[in-house]
Design a protein around this ligand. Structure first.
Ligand SMILES: [Zn+2]
Length: 90
């Protein structure tokens, strides 16, 4: 039906992330119980009318896979860069 999405593991416990879809609501989450992963990150979105389910799944996977330490400077919000620049000048 849809291609397998490549999800990175949970950044806090390393568990394999899972992508769930319930009607038009999709989410990516760490499936570990709280005893194994105290953070249990989770993100979800309602599918927008102009999107297909596959588009939303791909978008969520891309967002989930974005890591602050991935070395991609363009992945970080401008506010972070501005804060660091201000620190360097101080
Ligand atoms: Zn986890």
């Amino acid at each position: 039906m849809s291609e397998k999405l490549n999800l990175k593991p949970c950044p806090f416990c390393g568990a394999e992330a899972e992508l769930l879809g319930v009607s038009a609501w999709y989410s990516v989450r760490c499936p570990s119980p709280i005893t194994k992963c105290p953070i249990q990150p989770r993100m979800g979105m309602q599918r927008r009318p102009w999107e297909t389910d596959d588009q939303l799944r791909a978008f969520l996977a891309e967002q989930w896979n974005t890591r602050a330490d991935s070395g991609r400077d363009d992945a970080r919000p401008d506010t972070c860069k501005a804060a660091e620049a201000a620190k360097e000048q101080a």
